[in-house]
Design a protein around this ligand. Structure first.
Ligand SMILES: Nc1ncnc2c1ncn2[C@@H]1O[C@H](COP(=O)(O)OP(=O)(O)OP(=O)(O)O)[C@@H](O)[C@H]1O
Length: 207
């Protein structure tokens, strides 16, 4: 299981622009880092680079286990990392129930895991609705089902709370705290503080 995420001397470039260079930090089991910075500073890009969807211009993303041994990067990304983007990645024509079934097949999730996610995220009244008919907050809760239904150590979250109301912000805060208590790691791009203890990492001004 991933115990440490270590970023060393990372530089990311989009088009003609270097978003940041020489970025180093590490995140350990039970810790959350709140990634802040202006619009365009590179928060989403950093999450995508950690997940392996964006190739850095320089530097390294590495994962280590509890014995401080390296975990093969592709294996770690395939089995131990969840990236939850702000676009959610849900299919509009599916019902919420079909979306959960699809997630479960794709991620190898148990029925117990689905039931737990449905309960925790209050999805029961939404199950027969098509995803395109869900509100932004309801969609986000559905997208989050994979986090608890299919446990993975590292959660990469892009503005996870932004569409949620106060009740669900609190519930998701509790979900995050439980994940950290169980030795999980969270790297979250945010504009507002998270309702859990975090270390801050600021990417600065953007443009
Ligand atoms: N596919 C792309 N091709 C070229 N440039 C891109 C692409 N995606 C993003 N960018 C640029 O990279 C920069 C960083 O974008 P990114 O989405 O990482 O910022 P962010 O910090 O997450 O911003 P926000 O707070 O607005 O979500 C922006 O200037 C953006 O225009």
């Amino acid at each position: 299981m991933i115990h440490t995420l270590a970023i060393t001397d990372l530089s990311l470039r989009r088009g003609e622009r270097t978003l940041f260079a020489g970025l180093s930090f590490s995140l350990g089991a039970g810790e959350a880092v709140a990634l802040t910075g202006a619009n365009g500073a590179g928060k989403t890009s950093l999450l995508r680079a950690v997940a392996g969807f964006l190739r850095p211009e320089a530097g390294e993303v590495a994962f280590r286990d509890g014995d401080d041994q390296p975990i093969e990067v592709d294996l770690a990304r395939a089995h131990e990392v969840h990236l939850l983007g702000h676009l959610d990645g849900l299919k509009g024509q599916r019902t919420a129930r079909d979306e959960l079934m699809f997630q479960s097949q794709w991620l190898g999730r148990s029925h117990h895991g689905i039931d737990h996610a449905v309960e925790t995220l209050g999805l029961k009244p939404l199950l027969d609705l098509e995803v395109r008919k869900l509100s932004a907050g309801q969609r986000r809760r559905l997208a989050m089902a994979r986090l608890i239904g299919s446990p993975r150590a590292l959660w990469l979250l892009d503005e996870p709370l932004s569409p949620l109301d106060a009740k669900w912000r609190e519930a998701v805060g509790t979900m995050m705290a439980r994940h950290l208590d169980g030795g999980g790691l969270i790297l979250a791009a945010v504009h507002d503080p998270l309702p859990i203890p975090t270390r801050a990492l600021d990417l600065g001004a953007g443009r």
